[in-house]
Every structure is written in C-alpha cells, then in structure tokens.
Design a protein around this ligand. Structure first.
Ligand code: FMN
Length: 220
C-alpha cells in the first residue's frame, strides 16, 4: 500500500537507474553531437523506448526566470534540432525576446540523458506552413485557434473555436497560419550521459571551439 502521507519515505523507496543499461564506448565517438544523437535515438527506437522524440525545451522569461515544457522533436539536420509551436504562445514570446534554449531528453529504459544548449532560429513562413500541413486535422484546428497559453475562461469558447476552425479547414484544406512556426535550436554545447547502476556514470560533453567540435569527459 502506498503511503502518500509520507512523500519522503515514498520517494526514497522508489528505484532509479536500476539497469541493465547499454554500454557507451567513449573511444568510438562520432565527430559531432548531431551524429551521436542519431545513434542514440536509433538504439532507443530499437529498444522500444516510448516517445523517444519527446523532449523538454527550456526557455527564459523576461525576468530571467527559467521555464520548461515537453515538445516533440521534428527533425535533426547536422547539429540543429527542430521543434514546432505557436508564436503567440508563452514559449514563442519568450524566444522572441531571448532566443536561447536548452533541450533535455531522458530515456529511463536506457539510463540515458542528453542535454543540448543553443540559439533558436525561426525557420521562416514557408517552413512553418509546411510543418503545419503535416499535422493531423485535429492538431491543425487547435493551432488555428492561435490561443495557446492564453487563459481558458469557458470550455465552450474552446469548443466553439474548434468547430469554427474545422469548418475553415473543410473549406480550405491547405489553410495555414503564420502563428505556427518551425524553430531550430542550433546546438553549441551537448552532453551525453550514460547512467551506471554503480553510479559511475559516463558523461561526454561536446563543445564548439575555434570553429570545430571538441569533446571531453566530465566527472559524474
Ligand atoms: C508529449 C508531449 C508533446 C508535446 N508536443 C508539443 C509540440 O510539439 N508543440 C507544442 O507547441 N506543444 C507541445 N506539447 C504541449 C507543451 O508541453 C505545452 O503545454 C504547450 O506548448 C504550451 O507551452 P507554453 O505555454 O510554455 O508556450 C506537448 C506536450 C507533451 C506532453
């Protein structure tokens, strides 16, 4: 029986990093973090990791307070990691002011964490529209409302707006909105963390220096 009245005891009873985990050969590192990410992603997919493309995107607000939420990774091109979202959303506004972000992946089944930091670039109207048109009809209807992150006062407002957007889509299946943006995080620093059941975790950090990628190991 779980004792929710004693969260400390409850939390201490939970296991973390119990393995078994895959090996991580630091003598066989590709030259770039983008390449290592794709190798790790492949292994995650082969091992049946659920939603390995779900990532935490961290941004900073106007007062310097960090903010974070989960998004879907849309593409990786060299060392640029893509995601899509509404410009008017909270994150969209934060990125407009301060286009710096961090991305974190955690795949518990493999004991692997990936941390990426970089500068965010809006990929432009065409790229945003192309991403929008690849989304499901339901997802497009929600995005067309353009209200992400605003206060929802009455449930009916959402239902009414969705009905209107579905109607717009049925009249014009190629309708898009400038509010939907495709962003790329151009990574400047990356860390690949392989958990170890004996806590001798392996950490490899890639950093951009003098026009090229370098890497080093970090203490666990
Ligand atoms: C698994 C998962 C995937 C998500 N994917 C996206 C996404 O690709 N784009 C997006 O705008 N929101 C996505 N969300 C919702 C965001 O976490 C968030 O609630 C929303 O973008 C509003 O964030 P903001 O208020 O910080 O702008 C996803 C949430 C989860 C849990």
């Amino acid at each position: 029986m779980i004792n929710i009245n004693n969260p400390n005891e409850l939390l201490r009873s939970l296991k973390s990093l119990s393995g078994p985990f895959p090996s991580f050969d630091v003598n066989l590192l590709p030259e770039t973090p983008g390449k290592l990410f794709l190798q790790w992603l492949n292994l995650a997919i082969e091992n049946g990791v659920k939603e390995p493309h779900a990532m935490t995107l961290s941004t900073v607000d106007a007062d310097g307070y960090p903010d974070a939420r989960v998004l879907i990774l849309k593409n990786v091109v060299n060392d640029a990691f893509y995601f899509a979202s509404g410009f008017k959303s909270r994150k969209g506004q934060q990125l407009k002011r301060n286009p710096q972000a961090a991305i974190t992946f955690y795949w518990p089944m493999l004991g692997r964490q990936i941390r990426l930091r970089g500068t965010v670039e809006d990929m432009g109207d065409e790229a945003g529209a192309a991403d929008f048109l690849q989304r499901s009809e339901e997802a497009r209807a929600v995005a067309l409302t353009g209200n992400q992150s605003r206060e929802l006062v009455r449930e009916e407002e959402l239902e009414d707006s969705l009905a209107k957007q579905r109607e717009r889509i049925s009249h014009d299946p190629n309708i898009t909105t400038l509010n939907w943006r495709l962003y790329a995080v151009n990574v400047k620093e990356a860390e690949f963390w392989q958990g170890d059941t004996h806590r001798k975790h392996i950490r490899v950090q890639y950093y951009w220096s003098e026009g090229q990628w370098k890497h080093r190991k970090l203490w666990p």
